[in-house]
Design a protein. Sequence first.
Length: 265
Amino acid sequence: MLQLEFFPRMEFKSLLDFQRLENSLLSFKDKNLLINYPDFFLSPKANEVIRRQHSAHVDKILGVRLKYIEEMLIAEARGFDLDGPHCTWGPTMHEGVQTWVGLDLQTLQTPYCEISRILKLLKIKPYEHIIDLGAAYGRMGIVVGGIYGKNTFVGYEYVKSRVDEGNRVYKELGLSKCQLIAQDLASADFDLPHADVYFIYDYGQVEHIDHTLKQISAVSRKRPVKVVARGKFTKQIITDHHPWLDLKYEGRLEGNFSIYTAYIN
Ligand SMILES: C[S@@+](CC[C@H](N)C(=O)[O-])C[C@H]1O[C@@H](n2cnc3c(N)ncnc32)[C@H](O)[C@@H]1O
């Protein structure tokens, strides 16, 4: 068993470094140590292919069984619609909710290095509460729990098997302030809890994202909020229908996400 505490200067300079870790037998304590290193979440190169490979290594090192769970979901989908297309699988299986079953695994989730960049740009203060709306396996919670230990994180996700796997990993890593909750965000009886930061990456149908943004608008009448929007649909809905959100950051090189603030008095 590798004991990382005896290797105080870990190097994360190339994908090989991550590959080596992937092939090592790591204890939960080792994994917990790894997620405390900010560099662990940084991709060795900025290009999209390496960013995705880096994230795949991180998932494997931490033991997130997303491939297995997605394959089970796909097998279930094929049972009633053999050839797809995959964009109809999620809604058919999940009461009309677009759960992106069959989507490439690295497209389904935001790369770790981008999550790390977003949290840095947000200048997260201790004890701020962060919510991911449509969280899949809860990657953001792993970065928050590892690097921002004084913050709390909740991710809402429709697909129960993703929620259970994410929570299993949080438990193994000892991330007691992070949690995933199985919830349909579009449900009429869901009251959006207050948070300092809301993260939305094109989570489902346009009308569902619009509904969530209206709920955030109601929260922003009571307290200041930051909203991180990733994906072209969410950003377009904000531009077209949510002028109350004040654009604060629009990355030139990082076209994938934008940051907004709001406090409606
Ligand atoms: C594109 S993924 C983003 C995952 C994560 N936020 C990230 O950036 O890594 C969107 C997730 O939202 C979930 N989702 C879609 N519609 C939902 C709904 N109505 N309620 C809760 N989750 C939903 C999907 O199942 C999917 O896992």
